[in-house]
Design a binder for this molecule. Sequence first.
Ligand code: 26Q
Length: 818
Amino acid sequence: MARETKKHLRETEKFKLDFLYKLQTLHGKELEEASNNDKYTALVGVLRDRISQNWVATNRDYSEKSRKQVYYFSMEFLLGKLLPMYLINMGVHDVCRDALAELDIDIDKLTEAEPDAGLGNGGLGRLAACFMDSIAAMKLPGHGNGIRYRYGLFEQKIVDGHQVELPDNWLKDGYAWEYRRGDRATEVRFGGHVRTEATGNKLTFIHEGYEPVLAVPYDVPIIGHENNTVNTLRLWNAEPIEGEFDLPTFNRGDYLKAVEYKHSVERISKILYPEDNFYEGRLLRLKQQYFFVSAGIQSIIRRFKKRRGPIRALPDRVTIHINDTHPAVAVPELMRILMDEEGLGWDDAWDITTRTVSYTNHTIMPEALEKWPVQMFKTLLPRIYMIVEEINERYCRRLWQRYPGNWDKIAQMAIIADEQVHMARLAVVGSFSVNGVAALHTDILKKHLFHHYYEDMPHKFNNKTNGITHRRWLLRANRGLAEVLTDTIGKSWVEHPEDLTNLLKYDSDASVQEKLKQVKLQNKEHLARHIKEKYDVLVDPASIFDVQIKRIHAYKRQLLNVLHVMDLYNRLKDNPDLDIVPRTFLFGGKAAPGYYLAKQIIKLINMLAYKINNDLSIKGKLKVVFLENYSVSLGEMVFPASDVSEQISTASKEASGTGNMKFMLNGAVTMGTMDGANVEIRNAVGDDNIFIFGLNSDQVIDFYRYGGYKSYDCYNNDKRIKLILDQLVNGYLPGGKDEFRPIFDSLLRDNDEFFVLKDFDDYATAQERLDQRFRDQGVWSKMSIHNIAHAGIFSSDRSIAEYAIGIWNVKPAEIPRL
Ligand code: 26Q
């Protein structure tokens, strides 16, 4: 027997015993009486035991060697399921599968018992999760800091075509991957007032009458891929401080007040706000921000001081990275701790702070930029507000010297202006690095949103194009493809995803093409079965699977996709023999609960799907399905089954997009605008392997600036558009006649803010080109291969390497096996 097999058998046997032992000690049960959930927690228990040594060893190495560490502060971590990833990263997937199989347990069934950790809305939150995976895979000292929301992003149900939101009670059976660290709890203070005292020539600030909140960390291990690194994602839970403390607002022993206090505290980490790319000035949201930022910085400083480092060395040992402006109160909070608790003066504190904090911007959409009303800010965070005021005054004074008399410019750059605290400005001024998330996006930041700051401090600005972890999005999600790739080009791509370019040699190899086609077909069949079971709709795996999955948002233009489907359908009704390649249009995504138009679009997709899927006259050439409750886990099923990736945002609006990368990595071809990372995808694959259409970002920005677009012209001059839009409001679709009037109005009365009608013709033409290309399966296969082969640069390993070198200055640490 080969050595490999012997080893495998030995390890499988050991795993089996570990598992049965864990089942017994954890649940006091034998296999026969154990529920699926019991078995799942026992399995995670086995893995927890196996990583605990590495976790300790990693922390010891970081602190003994005084490694520089990065802390990624984010309001969102959209982790999805960890079990399948960790089995792969720990190198025990096959051993575990075989051990469980011997006990008659299906590992996929156990995986179902794990809730998707849905602590994020969309791109920004999923990016944070991909980054955590890559940081550990690259052996870098880096950790996450966030909130342990009791309820993650809502669960979406479609009822009569409408979106209905249900609470995501993801912690109901406990979360097997978290470790509560009661001993590391810390206090965060809200409200009250600040008394200033002069002692000698020094001012001291005494915060009184505040409401204290206990921040309790729950740590989740972040396991590196086949190395010994185990980093930490620290998620904070808000709890009342039990026992003795005096609040002037209520007397000790006042029972009702005590219960009220408890509730008001627990609300802080209760729920993730479900708006994506949209800002609403809610007090509780600001409270959440300060809560996890203050707790996070306190715990960083505490750990730093244990090593007895001089506080001035902080920037050499720590970088605090803020994921968009949501954690931007990190700037004044670090100032506060350095001055009020460490006794530094302003200048030293400012120097340390602005060498410690770095910032990523994720959007230029005006409605997503955070601006807090001064009154709200200063009532909730009185000491922090004082510091923000001081930062603002000093910065404005500097601007005044540089641009004397230019009030206009200074008002546009001031952190506090028109009675609001502008968080993006605070983040730019208070950090040493500002980056965009795709080349085009960074250019727009420099040219438009942050133009004045770029002139003032050009050295801060840099680009870091987003990426995705190829371990989850290929190795885990598409095992069939991963195997064909490894058979064809060897396994080096797993460690070095750029090596996927080795596939280019085989772009015309009939046998490789055939294998890839078979894998795609199997993935499509799998999805088709799911669709049949869940929605009772038959879709043909031989048809083109044309997919748009992402948050529903006007700028992402699901509506453009829908209008094209309506046009295709109209043409088919006109001529049932119309020669088109059969297509299955798949949509998925959540709308923010208060976003009326986005919810209308979901309804429209479902009404159209109903009409089209039940129309026998078109001979099954068209199918439309709205996939309910889009999530990380659903994405893992859909990306591998896709032929066409819809990335059709209005140019300039999508900062990067990351779904676009997941599709190409799985061999889908992009239909897209010159927006976000689509531009770089096109540069990578070349014009022959992508379908590009529509206005470019300069044209869009010019229209916004100078006007000149009249959507009515498109309606009047294009018969297809007129027909479709009329169909929205003439009772053609099931449901009320005026159901879709708001959509109609957004396109015509409100002059089509996102250029849907303007881009329609070019989109429809590009779709026809795609149809033609798909007919030649050799050509299509080659396109697909080029997309996979060039996806390596969009691994988050590449992004993280760039952050590590270009911003954070952190270096890999080899963790020895204990
Ligand atoms: C802010 C204040 C109050 C309430 C909510 C918010 C809020 C929440 C989430 C604002 C923005 C978001 C999410 C933004 C987001 O996901 N942006 C996406 O980030 C991705 C990763 O960089 C990019 O790929 C996408 O292009 C970008 O849209």
